[in-house]
Ligand binder design. Structure first.
Ligand SMILES: [Zn+2]
Length: 250
């Protein structure tokens, strides 16, 4: 899709900076828990937020996250209470290390993503990416999407190294470490991912990566996080290449 609205993008970029500036004092205080004693940073400087080189990556505020998506041209539907619907009371969210993608293995998954399953409390993700490319924001923060996974993968992300082909044992709490997104698809290898949907996935991943100063290598699959899972069912190498091209193209 053409980048046909540079003025709109400029307006939104300025809004991100304004929101970030306004939120800085509270967020800087919150950031302290992730930093070694005596170390300070301004989390709103691009790159500093990224965690490259082992630095702490503070989660974006809901407002900055929303503006980042809009800036990337993501079509959004905001559902009631999404900014505060999370599992943060059950465990940490952050420092964050990447974006994790899933497929729903079902249809009409909005309600279950919001409220969860009998044995798994919702929200199950931050956003559900529908077949039409609409991104439904249903939560923000820690969500029940990743479960435990590979310390080796996490280490690779932080070193900007290639994703390990074989993941290690499941020892790390992924719900604390990743922005989780569900992609509506049966995951049977036959159900197609429409172009609009893949475009939305690419934009969501690019938006978060750009805001954090991350490379496309921070975009991972649930199937790469743990051997227990096989989602999403598309090629992550291709998706990361798409995200990389988008990040380089602006
Ligand atoms: Zn999954």
């Amino acid at each position: 899709m053409h980048e046909s609205h540079p003025s709109r993008r400029a307006v939104i970029t300025a809004a991100i900076a304004a929101a970030a500036s306004a939120a800085a004092p509270a967020t800087s205080a919150a950031a302290g828990q992730y930093l070694p004693p005596g170390r300070t940073l301004n989390p709103w400087l691009a790159g500093t937020m990224g965690g490259e080189g082992g630095r702490a990556a503070i989660p974006l505020t809901a407002q900055v996250f929303l503006l980042a998506l809009l800036s990337e041209g993501v079509r959004i539907r905001e559902h009631d209470g999404w900014r505060t619907h999370n599992r943060n009371h059950q465990g940490p969210w952050g420092p964050v290390d990447g974006v994790m993608l899933h497929h729903t293995a079902g249809t009409n998954s909005l309600r279950v993503c919001r409220t969860g399953l009998p044995n798994l409390h919702g929200p199950l993700c931050i956003g559900l990416i529908a077949k039409d490319g609409r991104v439904h924001l249903i939560g923000y923060g820690r969500t029940n999407h990743a479960g435990s996974g590979s310390a080796a993968l996490l280490d690779a992300l932080r070193r900007n190294a290639p994703i390990p082909v074989r993941t290690g044992r499941d020892t790390v709490d992924g719900n604390a470490r990743f922005y989780g997104f569900e992609i509506e698809n049966l995951g049977d290898g036959h159900d197609p991912y429409p172009a609009a949907q893949l475009d939305a996935v690419e934009r969501v991943c690019a938006a978060i990566s750009r805001a954090h100063g991350w490379s496309s290598g921070r975009v991972v699959a649930h199937k790469e996080w743990t051997r227990r899972k096989a989602d999403p069912s598309f090629s992550m190498a291709e998706m990361r290449a798409q995200v990389a091209a988008r990040l380089a193209g602006r």
